[in-house]
Ligand binder design. Structure first.
Ligand SMILES: [Zn+2]
Length: 246
């Protein structure tokens, strides 16, 4: 078994710590310097190497060691730590949450709402994968929440016999649309909005089942169903930049 001894070397203004591992001469014939993946510097030396010889060897390679350590640090700075609150705001049903990324192999791919956070568990901290998992989670939530709300609102309207077919589609500018055949398309990002805003979009599209344009009859219908729809629409318009990613 080798014995580790802690030393340091100087490179310019830097002091770089390294551990010395004294090895039996049959295993190590000369001084060997390694920079480990975590940035630690380890120097293997054959038994009975003098301190002066070790120090001279590391000083000779000080520039290389410093460069290697800096490269490892830069790489580690870009990797995600084990549990990481990014500070990024996420919205769900009008509430603000913070994104938390947890590196956990056992729960890889798991997304959950927890207190004031939305937690994404991944085996490795790949930012693109976190984004993909979040998008899938929002889509699933949108599918459930928007379909249930659409059925509830539609059931109170005399001109709608059965809940209209609904589909989700990400668009840059629209929250929803209604086809001439009566199919309602909704932006999954709508699930990030406050409930009254969701209802406003659903009521707007359901009104199109009776009136396919934005004429006076359409607005009379909207006024009856949601008398303060202008205020709610204004609120939703003010949230567009936060709720619709560019
Ligand atoms: Zn419309």
């Amino acid at each position: 078994m080798s014995v580790a001894v802690h030393r340091s070397l100087r490179y310019g203004d830097e002091r770089i710590a390294f551990s010395l591992r004294v090895q039996p001469a049959r295993r190590v014939q000369r001084i060997a310097i390694h920079v480990e993946p975590d940035g630690r510097v380890v120097v293997d030396v054959p038994k009975e190497t003098s301190d002066a010889a070790v120090q001279a060897a590391v000083q000779r390679r000080a520039r290389w060691i410093s460069g290697q350590v800096a490269a490892v640090r830069a790489r580690l700075a870009h990797a995600l730590p084990r549990a990481h609150v990014s500070g990024e705001s996420l919205f769900y049903l009008g509430r603000r949450y913070l994104l938390k990324v947890v590196v956990d192999e056992g729960r890889d791919g798991h997304v959950r709402l927890r207190g004031t956070r939305i937690e994404v568990a991944v085996a490795n901290g790949d930012a693109a994968r976190v984004r993909g998992l979040l998008d899938a989670w929002y889509r699933k939530r949108a599918d459930e929440v928007l379909a249930a709300r659409l059925a509830a609102v539609a059931s109170s309207l005399s001109w709608v016999c059965t809940p209209p077919p609904m589909q989700l589609r990400v668009t840059k500018k629209r929250w929803g649309s209604c086809s001439p055949e009566g199919r309602i398309t909704l932006n999954p990002n709508l699930v990030k909005a406050p409930r009254e805003c969701i209802d406003y979009v659903l009521i707007h599209e359901l009104c199109h089942l009776g009136e396919h344009n934005h004429g006076p009859r359409f607005h009379r219908l909207l006024d009856t169903l949601m008398p303060d729809w202008r205020r709610v629409k204004e609120r939703l318009d003010g949230l567009v930049e936060q709720l619709m990613p560019p």
